[in-house]
Design a protein around this ligand. Structure first.
Ligand SMILES: Nc1ncnc2c1ncn2[C@@H]1O[C@H](COP(=O)(O)OP(=O)(O)OP(=O)(O)O)[C@@H](O)[C@H]1O
Ligand SMILES: [Mg+2]
Length: 359
């Protein structure tokens, strides 16, 4: 069984973060000097119809070509890619193992025991692990994060990235990428996020991914099949438009007042309800005591004007737009475009790009 490309990476690498999502591919390249990050390149490309399905990549060639176009547009230089699988496609589990095992012994032992944790035949999964630190229960044990993903999912990602001329260096899980993106946004959080509990939500085209983060570590995650696609469908139905036209007028805002007074508020209300429901589930399912006192909204739908005010009002929790990129230094080519308007959509890609700086 091949462990590479692994779910995690460990060495420092030259990487571009590639968010392969249902509506578009987004790429982000960062560099770091001392503690300061710089945005080297970023860009996106719409996903051709049929390239993605609810399960992920449907047409490897079409996705690979879309990645290639996004990289070219952005002017990315790096040859390694960090991509991710959705939490639904990954299995992660924290287990305890003897502290005196070497890396190789631990790998052998984990493979041997993995069928207890993974509901697929072991020869059909890629498996990786990361030692988190000492166990709280015993000095002789360490906590180990085990991550697994079906090999065919990884093969499709690697295939698409390969078509775009890149090496798939890191395969991450969406939830970790979201957590990593929060490091870039610490200054936007009360107390830089330290000892605080906040939620970050990526509201995309077909999905919403919510993570509750305490002291900059993920304590709860929930994915839902809800996204901007719903609003596009409302526009199509209401005004008898085709998908492409509906998407265009949605972004440009060339719609009658009725849209702003009815369809849009209804969508924002649905969105706030989804977030509220996820937070209720967090409170009821979790032993974690913290109270969520801030929400960061990211993903393309966070570009909708007034969305943060609407969520804040519905939930009575301070809400702001996730800004992973505009606080960073920027290369000349990364100064093109309207970063303040677009950056919430780059939340996941920015988190993936952070994988270049793993220690
Ligand atoms: N200015 C805007 N106004 C309204 N909607 C917008 C705006 N900008 C982007 N969107 C919407 O955001 C959605 C795309 O978001 P995003 O790029 O995060 O999705 P995705 O990552 O491709 O999809 P997913 O993560 O769900 O697979 C689309 O529905 C798009 O119409
Ligand atoms: Mg997305």
């Amino acid at each position: 069984m091949a462990l590479l490309p692994s779910i995690f990476g460990s060495e420092q690498r030259d990487l571009v973060g590639i968010d392969i999502s249902s509506g578009s591919v987004k790429v982000v390249e960062l560099s770091k000097t001392g503690a300061r990050y710089r945005l080297e390149a970023y860009g996106s490309e719409r996903m051709p119809p049929g390239a993605m399905s609810d399960q992920g990549i449907a047409d490897v060639e079409a996705v690979g070509q879309a990645i290639a176009r996004a990289l070219r547009k952005a002017g990315c230089k790096q040859k390694g890619a960090a991509v991710s699988v959705t939490a639904a496609n990954a299995i992660t589990k924290i287990i305890e193992m003897s502290a005196d095992l070497g890396d190789d012994e631990m790998e052998q032992q984990i493979k041997f025991e993995a069928d207890q944790y993974i509901p697929h035949p072991i020869e059909e999964v890629n498996l990786d692990f990361q030692i988190l630190g000492p166990s709280e229960r015993s000095d002789e044990m360490v906590r180990v994060l085990l991550a697994a993903c079906k090999s065919d999912t990884i093969d499709m990602l690697a295939g698409a990235v390969g078509i775009a001329g890149l090496k798939p260096s890191v395969v991450d899980v969406d939830t970790y990428a979201l957590e990593n993106a929060c490091e870039l946004m610490a200054a936007q959080l009360p107390d830089n996020g330290l000892d605080r509990t906040f939620a970050v939500v990526d509201i995309g085209e077909r999905s919403s991914k919510l993570s509750v983060i305490h002291n900059m570590e993920t304590v709860y995650t929930r994915d839902q099949a809800f996204g901007g696609h719903q609003l596009t469908e409302d526009i199509m139905r209401h005004y008898g438009m085709q998908a492409e036209e509906a998407e265009r007028v949605k972004i440009s805002g060339e719609l009658p007042n009725e849209y702003r007074n009815e369809l849009l508020p209804n969508f924002m209300n649905d969105l706030a309800q989804q977030i509220s429901r996820s937070l209720q589930l967090f409170y009821s399912s979790s032993t974690h005591q913290g109270q969520v006192d801030h929400i960061l909204l990211g993903g393309g739908c966070a570009c909708i004007e007034g969305i943060e005010a609407s969520v804040q009002q519905e939930l009575d929790i301070a809400t702001s737009i996730a800004r992973p990129l505009s606080g960073l230094g920027r290369s000349l080519k990364a100064r093109r475009g309207n970063i303040e308007r677009e950056e919430p959509a780059y939340l996941m890609a920015a988190g993936l790009a952070m994988r270049a700086f793993d220690s």
